[in-house]
Ligand binder design. Structure first.
Ligand code: HEM
Length: 184
């Protein structure tokens, strides 16, 4: 009976894992999955002990991107909801008059690599975020700072552009609740 339950748990874990999508680029790994059709769970890692960031749906470089930037200091993840106010600058949504629309799910800094985990609404309603519609493909930007830059205002050492498709397949709320790292 115990063996059957264990096999069943492994099957549930495997079938949940298929809903994560993944992109690797310039030594970044970006993973994303829609959750309950209204949120996007994201994990981003890159080889730096400073910050890593992803920007969704930019116009040019950072301009008009919904940027999420984060670092881990003394084991604690600091992750901020930003917006690209120009091709080469970004600011916190809250400083622009918008709202901070993200949940921090976790973060680690190990062996020179920083990983941040967070969940954002697919459509927060904030003018300083960008709605994401499942089934669509969006341009994205990725960036990371030099080592040791635990600051939202340090410049990047590496920046890259790509695109991702947001699949409509989603992790259901209860499965996601079991997989998700504890909130900070
Ligand atoms: C204080 C923080 C930042 C500063 C001062 C900054 C500054 C700049 C500058 C001066 C450029 C144009 C020259 C260059 O390519 O280096 C640039 C380009 C760019 N930045 Fe940033 N940036 C910052 C943060 C970010 C963040 C958080 C992201 C992504 C989420 C990002 C993504 C990009 C991209 C994609 C480009 C275009 C690169 C290319 O065309 O090859 N930047 N940034």
């Amino acid at each position: 009976m115990k063996k059957a339950m264990l096999a069943c748990s492994i099957l549930v874990a495997l079938s949940s894992a298929q809903f994560w999508q993944e992109l690797t680029l310039e030594d970044f790994t970006l993973r994303w999955a829609t959750v309950s059709a209204s949120e996007l769970a994201v994990e981003l890692s890159g080889p730096t002990t400073g910050w890593v960031a992803v920007g969704f749906d930019p116009a040019t470089a950072m301009q008009n991107a919904n940027i999420i930037i984060g670092y881990v200091a003394s084991g604690v993840p600091f992750i901020r909801d930003d917006f690209g106010v120009a091709p080469t600058s970004h600011a916190a949504d809250t400083l622009l008059g918008g709202s901070h629309d993200l949940i921090i799910d976790g973060g680690t800094e190990n062996a020179g690599t920083t990983e941040i985990m967070f969940t954002i609404p697919l459509d927060s309603g904030d003018q300083y975020d960008k709605p994401l519609v499942p089934g669509n493909t969006y341009p994205i930007i990725l960036a990371r700072s030099a080592n040791g830059q635990d600051s939202f205002s340090a410049p990047h050492a590496v920046a890259a552009t790509s695109q991702i498709e947001i699949l409509g397949l989603s992790l259901d709320g209860s499965t996601w609740g079991g997989l998700k790292a504890p909130e900070f």
